[in-house]
Design a protein around this ligand. Structure first.
Ligand code: ATP
Length: 326
């Protein structure tokens, strides 16, 4: 099936400032795709280019079968957008806001009525639907802004920092609503976020940006393999073991790394699960009483930080080489 978004060698500069640098990626139908990166990495610019709000300096891009250079208006008709600063009319009620945006989206009056009530219910806003949104909490405003973006049954939804500035409870509520409504409506979602825990929970695939260029992309499993090819295990012992050291396991086939974390805990990196029984029996033969063997999943946060810092080390090396040459 043709991807919903296809971007090849996309570049964009604001004057001298290169914001996007030869970026390529695809988003498939039904996916939640995350754009991650530090401030100024180019996430918002990418969304603007995909919506046809700016024209790129170079590259090819296609969104829902349209070219954003020529057909930005057609894309915006069938896609929903939540910007970093959601545009709501604070003097209107939630119901009036949704009806107004339904009219702008070109829905029929009966469809507007039906969809407004449906979204008020889905986003838990029915009870306060007739209050002016100026009186709403930040979390309620954000729920309404996301409901608004979903008004025209978008095939594709762009969410720029959907939980930024919300307290933890409101953020969890917004996140759960996104998961829930997306499943019900089968929407493809492109989301920008600084919250790595949120990205890990929501996204099927991720693109990690730095200075407008891709550092890495893929599922979390793909990204984990980039930074560490093996499987990590934590082995806890029943009691402190004074003889604990890494010699018992030295030379064992399939063992990539050993960290002695304490006199009761070892962390191993192994090639595959098949190595675990041999490691356990060697430890037992050395007299250690094993309490627990737990595979360790590296979090997206760890993957992200390692990729960003590997990049910095690489950039420093290149800088040093450049300084030597010049
Ligand atoms: P943040 O996480 O802070 O929102 P971002 O990843 O969304 O950042 P962008 O807002 O896309 O990053 O910015 C990418 C680069 O382009 C930055 O260097 C930024 O200063 C610059 N930039 C963004 N918008 C403009 C603009 N309208 N005019 C000039 N430069 C801009």
């Amino acid at each position: 099936m043709k991807p919903i978004i296809e971007v090849q060698q996309l570049s964009h500069s604001y004057g001298e400032n290169v914001a996007i640098n030869q970026l390529s990626f695809k988003v498939n139908q039904g996916e939640v795709f995350g754009l991650l990166g530090p401030n100024g990495a180019g996430k918002t610019t990418t969304i603007r280019l995909l919506n046809g709000m700016f024209e790129p300096s170079a590259g090819e891009l296609q969104v829902l079968g349209y070219d954003p250079r020529r057909d930005g208006a057609s894309i915006r008709k069938v896609a929903g957008v939540l910007t970093e600063t959601p545009a709501l009319y604070e003097r209107l009620t939630a119901r009036q806001n949704l009806k107004f945006f339904g009219t702008l989206a070109g829905l029929t009056p009966s469809k507007i009525m039906e969809r407004t009530e449906e979204l008020l219910h889905l986003f838990d806003l029915t009870q306060r639907a007739n209050d002016r949104t100026g009186s709403y909490s930040k979390g309620m405003k954000q729920r309404l802004a996301i409901a608004r973006a979903w008004m025209n049954h978008p095939k594709l939804l762009f969410l720029d920092e959907p939980t930024s500035g919300l307290d933890p409870e409101a953020a969890v509520q917004v996140r759960e609503l996104i998961v829930d409504v997306r499943q019900k409506e089968g929407t493809t979602v492109l989301i920008c976020t600084h919250n790595l825990d949120e990205a890990q929970r929501l996204c099927d695939r991720l693109l990690i940006l730095r200075k407008g260029a891709a550092l890495a992309q893929g599922s979390l499993a793909d990204l984990r393999r980039i930074i560490s090819p093996g499987l990590w295990l934590e082995i806890s012992l029943f009691e402190p073991f004074t003889k604990i050291n890494d010699e018992w396991l030295q030379g064992m086939a399939g063992l990539l790394k050993i960290d002695v974390l304490s006199n009761q805990t070892l962390r191993l990196e192994v090639e595959s699960q098949a190595v675990i029984p041999e490691a356990v029996s060697r430890l037992a033969a050395a007299g250690a009483r094993i309490l627990r063997v737990q595979p360790q999943e590296i979090s997206l946060e760890e993957v992200y930080l390692r990729l960003q810092s590997n990049h910095l080390v690489q950039a420093e090396k290149e800088g040093a080489a450049y300084a030597q040459l010049s």
